[in-house]
Structures are given as C-alpha cells and as structure tokens.
Design a protein around this ligand. Structure first.
Ligand code: FA5
Ligand code: MG
Length: 423
C-alpha cells in the first residue's frame, strides 16, 4: 500500500473488489479496512436500525421508487463532474476521497447516482446506499456511512406549479408542530439565489415544497423521540448551505446531546443535472439524509461505531420496523497513547492520512484521534506533529499490553508508509 507517492510499501498491481479486478495506480488509497465494509450493506440487514430507518422513510413516501442496490464503485465523473463540481473542488482530493485508481472511486455521496436515476425516467425516488469519505475520527464521523437520497421533479409549467402550490397548502395543514420546534430561513436570499434559468416564483414554491416534505418526515420520525415533550421539544433548524448541484441549498441540524448535529443537505436541483439526464423540461428538489445521524437521535445510540458492532448485546436489542431506546452496556476504560513525529522534508502529513492509517491498524478499537500539538522547527523548517489516540473497545476491556502492540504497529507503519521520523 501507498499513502504518499514516493514512499513505497508493497501495493499490489491489482485489487479485487466485489468480484472485479482493478489495476492500482499512483492515487490508489483504498485500505483493506475500508474494502472489508463494501459487502456488509447494513441498510439491508434484518432488524438493523439503519434498515428499520430506511423502511420507515420508504413507508413515508409509498408511491416513490425505492432503490438500494447500486454498486459503491463510481467514476469521478459520476461523483463530481456530472454534478457541476469545479475541477479544483477539495472533495476530489485523495486526502478526502477513496480512489481505487484514477478512473474509479468509492462514491462519497448518494448524489453520485442522481443523473442515472433521472435518466431512467424516475421522477419521485429514494435511493439508499453506503458512502465513503476520508474524515476525522470521533463519535459522529465514520469513514463509511449511509445516506438516503430523495428527489422529486415536476413539469416546469404553470399547471404543475399550481399542483405544487396545492400540495404545499395540504402539507402545511398537516404540520401541527407538537413536540418539535423548527427554525426556518428564507427560501431564497441574495446568498442563496434562484438559478438564472428558473422563474423565481416557481423556485420558491419548489423550495417550500422541499421543506414541507422534509418537515413532515421529521415530524413523523422525531415526534416521539425519547425525552421530547411539549415543554421540552426537539429543536430543529434550517440553515443556508452551498452545494454545486443545487440552488437554493439548505442543511438541517437537530439539537442532540448538547450540540447541533447536521442530519441532511438538500436544495432545488441544478438545471444542468436535469439537462444531462435528458429531462430538461422538469424542475424539482433533492435531499441527502445521513442515516446514522438520524438513527443516533431516534435510538439514542451514542457512538457511530456501534452500527458496525456484531456484539449480540447490540444487535439483539432491535426488532425490525420498531424504534426502541438503546440501552448502553457498560463503557470500558479508555487507553490514551500519544505519538509525535517529524514530517518528511517539504511534506505535511494530512490528518486524514494519519486517521486512515490508524483505522486500518486498529479498526473499531479506536474511539477518537486528536491533534494535540503542531509546530514548525524555526531552523530546519520541518514540521512536528503530535496525535493523541484514544483506544477503547465497545465490547470488552483492552489490556495495556494489547494496546501497546497496536500502537507499535501504528508507529512502524507511520515510519514505513508516511516516511516520518518518530520523536
Ligand atoms: C451531501 O452529501 C449532499 N450530497 C447532500 C445533498 C443531496 C445536497 C441532494 C443537495 C441535494 P453532506 O456532505 O452535507 O451533503 O452530507 C449529507 C449528510 O451526511 C450530513 O448532513 C450528515 O448527516 C451525513 N454525514 C456526512 N459526513 C458524515 C460522516 N463522516 N459520518 C456520518 N455521517 C456523515
Ligand atoms: Mg454538510
């Protein structure tokens, strides 16, 4: 494997992924730990919370197409270009995305399938899938997670827009906000503009329809969340956002465990996407939900790693189709280990490279990773970094010897793969 070009470490010529062989190249950065997740498809496992959540949302949109078996391997063209991502967008970087090689990657979001699904003629659809991102390590971030994309497109003419307006009136009536308080933002604003090819009134109706549809869904999902009541309602807020493939764009955050947790992104679909898909006479909206984040709120699941647990104390708590409050089994002690190193000359080690290496060695035994020190040597110009790794198993107590063995593997791979000098 190779994380930084120039530092070789036995990357094979080919990788076999889901039954197909792919040549590797200079930007290959998928790890065995990541590849081992591809076949698991938690959103289809019986009684798994993510599967139950998928069923509940699908039941909320009964007449829509429900898709959930598209391959996680996509081209960078599908994941980025078709969605109007600029060539220099940071999401394309090897520090942020997993590449099999320069022509094939693991999708970073379910939006990667928008064009192909619209092209097939679907106008109202949901698509659930595992997505992959190189990211930090903590309780609400995991390099593999699940998203559900939803989209709804209408004929871009006066009579279809009249129907949207009627639908909006019907949805507004349905929304008696009992145990949920929703803060809104304007549908359109100078910083969140209508698209040049859109009639502003139509865009506003469509954005409003999007918000009402999602508010109705959230009301249904969160209405009964443990701990919420009329006096102590669940707090939800809409904020302006930016995506290359929607405008106006929004994100929704929910107040959870004392913090605002982002659960979804959405917006009015960019006309370029619909043009590429051959449906330029339509306009509409799309959303992408973070299923783990929503399930954490619904089931009171405190750590995102738990979704991957095969411990019967986790899995046996759930029944398909039912939301129940997770009863945590005892938390085992943490074991902190620090590692400090000098980066190779003229190179900075990206935090995601470090986290990915740790994840590959330690798997789910790592709870979080924090950068605790970073400085540049005034004379040599070299960078020194110190990371603190928090090891904690969700299932058992780790012995100090066991953690030392893992830590020394981390240290030697840091040396071999990233070419750093341990301090
Ligand atoms: C997107 O991925 C857009 N494709 C969403 C979208 C779809 C916008 C359609 C417009 C139209 P974002 O990167 O914000 O957006 O991710 C969406 C959600 O996925 C987040 O709100 C969050 O709930 C979840 N998410 C993102 N990163 C992680 C992670 N590392 N671990 C767990 N959940 C995550
Ligand atoms: Mg976001």
């Amino acid at each position: 494997r190779r994380l930084i070009s120039g530092v070789s470490s036995g990357l094979p010529d080919h990788l076999e992924i889901l039954g197909t062989r792919y040549p590797t190249d200079a930007i290959t950065n998928v790890t065995p730990a990541i590849l081992s997740k591809l076949s698991l498809r938690l959103h289809t496992q019986h009684a798994h919370p993510l599967n139950t959540l998928r069923s509940l949302i699908e039941a909320h949109y009964p007449d829509w197409a429900h898709l959930s078996s598209l391959s996680p391997l996509v081209t960078p063209y599908q994941n980025f270009d078709e969605l109007s991502f600029p060539k220099d967008h940071p999401g394309r970087a090897v520090t942020d995305s997993y590449y099999v090689n320069k022509d094939m990657m693991l999708r970073t979001h379910t939006s990667a399938h928008e064009v192909e699904v619209f092209r097939k003629g679907h106008t109202k659809w949901l698509l659930t899938a595992d997505v992959y991102r190189r990211d930090e390590i903590d309780g609400s971030h995991y390099p593999v997670f699940h998203q559900m994309e939803g989209a709804c497109i209408f004929d871009a003419d006066a009579s279809a827009m009249k129907a949207v307006e009627e639908d909006n009136a019907r949805l507004s009536q349905q929304l008696e906000q009992a145990n949920i308080v929703i803060e809104d933002v304007p549908h359109i604003s100078p910083t969140n503009p209508v698209q040049p090819s859109h009639d502003a009134r139509h865009s506003e109706l469509v954005a409003k329809n999007l918000k009402l549809s999602l508010n109705t869904l959230m009301f249904k999902l969160f209405g009964g969340v443990a701990g919420s009541s009329k006096e102590n309602p669940l707090r939800v807020r809409w904020i302006e956002a930016y995506f290359p493939f929607t405008s106006p764009s929004f994100e929704v955050e929910v107040f959870f465990q004392g913090k605002w947790l982002e659960i979804l992104g959405c917006g009015v679909v960019r006309q370029a996407t619909l043009d590429t898909a051959g449906v330029s006479n339509k306009m509409g909206w799309a959303f992408g939900l973070g299923l783990e984040r929503i399930a954490m709120i619904l089931y009171s699941i405190p750590d995102i790693r738990l979704f991957w647990s095969t411990d019967p104390r986790f899995l046996s708590q759930f029944e398909h189709g039912k939301i129940t409050t997770f009863k945590p089994y005892s938390k085992y002690p943490s074991c902190f280990k620090d590692v400090s190193f000098w980066s190779p000359k003229d190179k900075t080690i990206h935090e995601n490279d470090f986290c990915d290496l740790v994840r590959d060695v330690a798997g789910d035994l790592v709870e979080d990773v924090r950068k605790i020190d970073h400085f540049v040597h005034p004379k040599t110009g070299r960078t020194s970094t110190c990371f603190r790794i928090n090891y904690r198993s969700m299932d058992r107590s780790l012995s100090n010897e066991e953690v030392n063995v893992i830590q020394s593997q981390v240290v030697s791979r840091l040396r071999d793969q990233l070419g750093v000098e341990i301090r």
